[in-house]
Design a protein around this ligand. Structure first.
Ligand SMILES: N[C@@H](CCC(=O)N[C@@H](CS)C(=O)NCC(=O)O)C(=O)O
Length: 215
């Protein structure tokens, strides 16, 4: 039994996209773990209540999108999560993504999208400025690396491309200046040719996220 608890937010989306790309035999369960009606059940799976969470018979619940992608890749015998010689490069880009590109994009997305969507308060200019500055620095570096190549690693698509691009499906909503970084945009456009990335929720019972009010 493999069961993936997900929502349409950034990290659950990433896990669903990885799972569907791998064609893993997973039961997809839409979850709202912060809803008080469900939080007790989810606390037993992940004390932080955050999703994605993978339940697998005979193993402890697994949380964190990267760990889930690693496990599903193992199960499917796929090199999407590299092993051997390609693994350090994969880890390099996951680590870099978390610390720079994804972190900065997330900061912008949090202020412009998530806080507005859930009525958590107005945009905080200092956080937004930090996010935008971090994004332009990281995106410039990424653009330089991706120039003249299709994906992050030398030997083709890997989970690192999914992780680093995890916020990009929300780039328009967050008004991230993706067009200023043509190699990054081109790489994301290549990901969008994969049905698993373009619409990971196709055919799943997954309510849309609330609209973001115009400000
Ligand atoms: N570091 C975690 C982050 C998990 C996380 O922050 N999940 C958020 C969504 S991005 C969540 O659980 N939100 C509640 C929801 O989506 O209902 C990962 O990579 O999986």
């Amino acid at each position: 039994m493999l069961r993936l608890h997900f929502s349409r937010n950034v990290n659950p989306r990433l896990a669903v996209a990885a799972s569907r790309y791998l064609k893993a035999p997973v039961e997809y369960c839409f979850a709202a773990p912060f809803d008080p009606a469900h939080s007790e059940r989810f606390r037993k799976l992940n004390p932080s209540l955050r999703i994605p969470i993978l339940e697998e018979e005979g193993r402890a619940p697994l949380w964190e999108a990267d760990a889930i992608a690693c496990r599903l890749s193992q199960i499917m015998g796929s090199a999407f999560w590299r092993s051997g010689g390609g693994l350090p490069d994969l880890i390099r880009w996951l680590s870099w993504g978390h610390n720079y590109f994804v972190r900065a994009a997330d900061l912008v997305h949090w202020e412009r999208v998530t806080r507005q969507r859930y009525g958590l308060g107005p945009i905080r200019p200092d956080f937004l400025a930090e996010g935008l500055a971090g994004f332009s620095e990281a995106a410039a570096q990424l653009n330089g690396h991706l120039h003249g190549r299709d994906f992050l690693l030398d030997d083709g698509l890997s989970y690192a491309d999914f992780r680093v691009a995890s916020v990009l499906p929300h780039a328009d909503l967050a008004d991230l200046p993706l067009a200023d970084y043509p190699a990054v945009k081109a790489c994301h456009d290549r990901l969008l040719t994969l049905p698993a990335w373009a619409d990971p929720f196709e055919g799943l019972d997954a309510p849309q996220l609330p609209d973001v009010p115009k400000i």
